[in-house]
Design a protein around this ligand. Sequence first.
Ligand code: 5GP
Ligand code: ZN
Length: 194
Amino acid sequence: MDCIFCKIIQGQIPCQKLYEDEHVISFLDIYPAGPGHSLVLPKTHFDNLLEAESEVLGQIMQACQTVAKTLQAVLKADGFNIFLNNGQAAGQIIHHLHYHILPRFANDDLHIKLPSHKYQPGEMEQIQKDVSSDMVSPDKEQILSDLSKISPNQKLNCTQAFTLAQQYKISKKELGELLDQQQIKLRNCQFGCF
Ligand code: 5GP
Ligand code: ZN
């Protein structure tokens, strides 16, 4: 894969490395917005945040905290910004998931200022309604992804369904809803378990 950051990780392109563990690497940005501007990224290639496994996200965020804390202390910064450009429209140039850490100084004369617009009447409520009703927690997403591997025509019996509910630590009712969503049928049960 032709990815600059993968090449840096593999040592084919040099970098000023700040931190490295089994899963994550951090190095100085070559075109910094200020002294100490750093990047933190997973060693596994994911194009962006939405592609990454949840386990990796935890590892990156942990490393962000370590790197930011050390940068702030060593550079005697007064704070830092952490940001991520996701997708071309958001300014992502290197399509290997990475967070930016930018140390900030009280008088650094750097102004990251977002415009402040006003919603049309009802627009804010509509967005809230649409988005919250589509929201799927990471746990549920994992369950759905596992269930999607079961073919829709495959029928489960009660014991298998109970085992799944136990495994995912969800109620029978919740499992029933998820199975419905995936169009996975349960074998008719004479005891009405589900
Ligand atoms: P993006 O816009 O994708 O969020 O940011 C990519 C960042 O990577 C930019 O700030 C850019 O300066 C930095 N960058 C691009 N190529 C290299 C490189 O070869 N080495 C290092 N250290 N940073 C790079
Ligand atoms: Zn990569």
